[in-house]
Ligand binder design. Structure first.
Ligand SMILES: *[C@@H]1O[C@H](CO)[C@@H](O)[C@H](O)[C@H]1NC(C)=O
Ligand SMILES: *[C@@H]1O[C@H](CO)[C@@H](O)[C@H](O)[C@H]1NC(C)=O
Ligand SMILES: *[C@@H]1O[C@H](CO)[C@@H](O)[C@H](O)[C@H]1NC(C)=O
Ligand SMILES: *[C@@H]1O[C@H](CO)[C@@H](O)[C@H](O)[C@H]1NC(C)=O
Ligand SMILES: *[C@@H]1O[C@H](CO)[C@@H](O)[C@H](O)[C@H]1NC(C)=O
Ligand SMILES: *[C@@H]1O[C@H](CO)[C@@H](O)[C@H](O)[C@H]1NC(C)=O
Ligand SMILES: *[C@@H]1O[C@H](CO)[C@@H](O)[C@H](O)[C@H]1NC(C)=O
Ligand SMILES: *[C@@H]1O[C@H](CO)[C@@H](O)[C@H](O)[C@H]1NC(C)=O
Length: 832
């Protein structure tokens, strides 16, 4: 759980370990008696030497403070500071217990810097100050054994630490409110930004403030734990309880095994972590963090909505409620929250639905009565039109007591387990028929309704096809005839008006610095790619083909010329080729950005591609592929479409690279069958990987995988869900079946998504990866579906090719550098 805060906390800890480097121990006593003074270097130590009180210097600062720290372990962990806001500027100062039983700290010039406030002023005769092994410094009458009610105790004035036995909360009789306030920084114990307190305005709850703003709510005590802290469970290290009566409201915990050290600290960064001393490692480790994820951000989802960290987007309106502003809600702006689907009018038919596994809403505007039953609770709530919800105040056993909420319900989250029940007032139309049922749940879910492909779709398809056919008849052809490098050109024997620049080997040797490793951009399926700069300054990418092709020179030239005719803004432009001796090279335009894989599979880079950018990329790839499949006369099947073969130009336009390669260099060119399978595991359609049958539909399959990867930032290969050992496709399919496709979306994308586009994309992705090639859409319909709001067919079960066992087998063709990347294109010699 506490992973997130761990490293930060570790950093903090190492700071704190430094804290007391300057403490020197000259004299230690166990009590301070009236009129006695201690100075810098002198300390008071608890009987078992667990804690120590004295002067210390905080971190790097030059200031001095009175504080309490662990003595036995971890010298330097300061748990309490007296004069946190008024430091001594040098080590001269004295701490005196007055005859009245007041502890006073004076600086070198004799000014009072700090004193223990005297609340009650009993006539003290012989006060003594004593540090207990709990870390509590108490002032009491000498010989008075009642250490529960001392004249003064440091536990009543906590700083940033909740130690075993300390009371966190309010004493309603004395009015003492024990808040915890963070240090300003590891160097400065002064009151910092964060305060943790038990808010007693309604049903008591624990909240964390940053300044005066609530940033986290652990929630009310439900009898077993704070409602928002389901991980607070009985454990072998400490026991805990919450006291709520007319005199006191507090949380406290005690050690079960006194040889273990644990503390709760509110760090300068606002983390309120429970730390545990690990003696073998001599360090504090985080045992429990109440704040763990985004859903712990106070009121992230607004009113009547629930945050579920497993949903994506995390915020969902509660069942029976709808977004207050659907436009803003759609773009993950949840501030306005949700409202009743049908407004309440306080009519007689109104009632309550049960919502389960929740963190109870903010109790600031709530009332409670610990003696009422749930029925009484419901009656009271029903009779008060401003009462919006109710539940047990104590869930122990079969539950007891009553909490009533008034007004909007805020800061709710849904837990997978260990959450609370809440009964929310709803209009008659929304009420569950079976009142006691577990029929309603916390987070509403988005259901995708997918009607069967309709006549409309077919009609549009026909139109599009006709359009493209006309276009081709009109001879629209983008960009031809280039000879920009002024190199020798070769003419196609069919005397087409296209020339392909022929680069000389020596030109490329110069341009790529003799194919130096520094210039190497990567390793594609057919050989390494180098960056080069021509004499005129033009940047190029040179693909040096592995010397395996058995193709004759003539065929090679013809192939290259064919490929060079493919001109589309979403295809990488082929500038020329080089054929000399055994060397065969292709020269492409150079794109400064790396492959799409270096963006979406990289935590920091992925931020650069928000949803609109990705949607543009998905559409661009689709158009490029459509061009290959249909618009070019060649009907190129890419055969190795994958994320790393998508390059991005400076404006993040996608460009497909490596197209036509399989056709030219991968073996024979029969459409239906090949004895060499070229492709990349994870992207290969099952019929292709298994039987070597390839068609444009195997490209469509790879495109589907690509879309799912772009949306989820997960690799299809290498993704295994803990629960069902599925790859990404399987996972997407499971989510789709449950109507939870939105959970596939990468966390980092959530802020920028357009929900309908994302859901369409996932849906299209799933249509593309269907098992039977005939079921998969063509790229034409893919583009149509992505770009419209029209209905889509339901995807059937996807086809997987589980390359799990075979991926490490020596199937790689010997000419490839198999160690360079785990995403290598592969060539399998099919056994027939
Ligand atoms: C003390 O100062 C040094 C150098 O300025 C710094 O690296 C270190 O983190 C500081 N320590 C604390 C506890 O602030
Ligand atoms: C307290 O200490 C001061 C000076 O240290 C001394 O003058 C005074 O007599 C002491 N009073 C008692 C009651 O011990
Ligand atoms: C602290 O400051 C006071 C006044 O500036 C000075 O008299 C005293 O000697 C200083 N103490 C130390 C330890 O430097
Ligand atoms: C002692 O505190 C007073 C009041 O804050 C201040 O004016 C004085 O300079 C301090 N003396 C020293 C030595 O810090
Ligand atoms: C404590 O209270 C008594 C009586 O109200 C008062 O005389 C005394 O000055 C107080 N002491 C401090 C340190 O505030
Ligand atoms: C504790 O926090 C509450 C709420 O901010 C505030 O009213 C109260 O004064 C604080 N108590 C102490 C002792 O700081
Ligand atoms: C914890 O356990 C001890 C010993 O069993 C018991 O005395 C104490 O009351 C318990 N404390 C809490 C907070 O439950
Ligand atoms: C709870 O309700 C009972 C009976 O209605 C009443 O006597 C009691 O005062 C109430 N308690 C509180 C804290 O309001």
């Amino acid at each position: 759980m506490a992973e997130g805060g761990l490293s930060r906390t570790k950093m903090m800890l190492s700071f704190i370990v430094l804290l007391c480097a300057s403490i020197t121990y000259t004299r230690a006593i166990d009590t301070i008696s009236a009129n006695q003074t201690i100075r810098y270097g002198e300390t008071i130590v608890s009987p078992q030497e667990t804690f120590e009180i004295g002067f210390f210097k905080a971190g790097n600062s030059t200031n001095y403070y009175i504080g309490i720290w662990y003595k036995k372990i971890s010298t330097g962990t300061v748990v309490w500071v007296a004069n946190r806001n008024r430091p001594l500027t040098n080590s001269s100062g004295d701490l005196t217990l007055t005859l009245q039983g007041v502890l006073i700290l004076r600086n070198a010039t004799g000014n009072v810097i700090w004193s223990s406030t005297n609340l009650s002023t009993p006539s003290v005769r012989n006060p003594v100050g004593q540090l207990l092994d709990s870390g509590n410094f108490i002032i009491h009458e000498d010989g008075d054994t009642d250490q529960e009610n001392p004249i003064w105790q440091s536990f009543d004035f906590p700083t940033d630490h909740l130690l075993p036995g300390m009371k966190f909360g309010r004493d309603l009789v004395t009015g003492i409110q024990r808040n915890f306030t963070s240090w300003k920084s590891p160097d400065d114990p002064a009151v910092g930004d964060f305060t943790a307190l038990i808010d007693t305005r309604g049903f008591p709850q624990m909240i964390l403030l940053d300044g005066s703003k609530t940033i986290f709510r652990a929630g009310p005590w439900n009898g077993l734990r704070f409602s928002g802290e389901p991980d607070l469970r009985p454990n072998p290290i400490y026991n805990f309880s919450f006291v709520l009566n007319e005199r006191e409201i507090y949380y406290h915990y005690n050690l079960i095994d006194n040889s273990i050290f644990t503390r709760v600290m509110l760090g300068p960064n606002g983390n309120m972590d429970r730390l545990l001393w690990v003696d073998s490692r001599k360090e504090w480790t985080v045992y429990l963090s109440p704040r763990t994820d985004n859903c712990d951000r106070f009121n992230l989802c607004g009113t009547f909505a629930s945050c579920n960290i497993n949903d994506s987007p995390a915020c969902q309106c509660l069942k029976g409620f709808k977004p207050t502003s659907p436009e803003q809600w759609r773009v993950a702006d949840w501030d306005q929250g949700c409202q009743h689907g049908t407004p309440l009018n306080c009519g007689p038919g109104e009632g309550f639905n049960l919502y389960s596994n929740l963190k109870l809403p903010d109790t600031q505007r709530s009332r409670f009565n610990q003696t009422w039953t749930l029925d009484e609770c419901e009656r009271v709530c029903k009779n008060d039109c401003s009462c919006t919800a109710y539940t047990h105040s104590d869930i122990t056993g079969s539950g007891s007591g009553c909490v009533l909420w008034f007004g909007d319900l805020t800061d709710i989250r849904t837990f997978p387990e260990n959450g609370d029940d809440l009964y929310i007032r709803l209009p008659p139309s929304e009420l569950d028929v079976t009142r006691n049922g577990k029929s309603s749940s916390g987070g509403g879910q988005i259901r995708i309704i997918v009607p069967i492909a309709s006549v409309v779709l077919v009609f549009i398809l026909v139109c599009i096809l006709l359009y493209y056919r006309n276009k081709r008849k009109n001879g629209t052809q983008e960009g031809t005839n280039r000879d920009e490098c002024g190199h020798e050109s070769i003419n196609n024997s069919e005397n087409e008006d296209l020339e392909l620049p022929l680069f000389s080997f020596s030109t490329l040797v110069t341009a790529t610095n003799n194919f130096s490793l520094n210039n190497k951009l990567g390793e594609g399926g057919f050989g390494p790619v180098y960056k080069g700069v021509l004499e005129d300054g033009q940047e190029i990418a040179v693909k040096r083909l592995a010397e395996t092709s058995t193709q004759g020179l003539h065929e090679f030239k013809n192939e290259v010329i064919s490929i060079s005719k493919l001109q589309h803004r979403n295809l990488v432009k082929l500038l020329g080729c080089c054929i000399e001796g055994t060397e065969k090279m292709l020269i492409y335009e150079y794109l400064p950005n790396k492959g799409l894989d270096s963006f979406i599979f990289d935590k920091s880079q992925s931020k650069l591609l928000d949803w609109p950018a990705r949607f543009k990329i998905i559409n661009g790839i689709a158009r490029g592929l459509l061009y290959l499949h249909q618009d070019s006369r060649l009907r190129i099947i890419h055969r190795d479409l994958k994320v790393s073969n998508i390059l991005l130009d400076s404006e993040m336009n996608p460009k497909i690279s490596d197209f036509g390669m399989a056709r030219s260099f991968g073996g024979n060119q029969i459409e239906a069958n090949t004895n060499r399978v070229v492709g990349t595991y994870g992207y290969m359609a099952p019929e292709y990987a298994g039987d070597g049958i390839f068609s444009i539909k195997s490209d469509v399959y790879s495109f589907g995988v690509l879309v799912l990867e772009i949306v989820s930032e997960e690799k299809n290969r290498g993704f295994f869900h803990e629960e069902h050992n599925n790859n990404l496709i399987g996972h997407a399919w499971e989510l789709h079946k449950e109507g939870k496709s939105v959970q596939l979306v990468a966390k980092g994308l959530v802020e920028s998504i357009n929900l309908s586009q994302v859901l369409r994309s996932i849906h299209v992705g799933l249509l593309c990866v269907q098992r039977r090639p005939e079921d998969r859409p063509t790229m034409t319909s893919v583009i149509l579906m992505l770009g419209s709001e029209g209905p889509m067919p339901s995807p059937k079960e996807p086809g997987f090719f589980i390359g799990k066992n075979t991926e490490d087998a020596p199937l790689f063709s010997g000419t490839y550098d198999t160690s360079s990347t785990n995403d290598l294109s592969i060539t399998i010699l099919n056994g027939r």
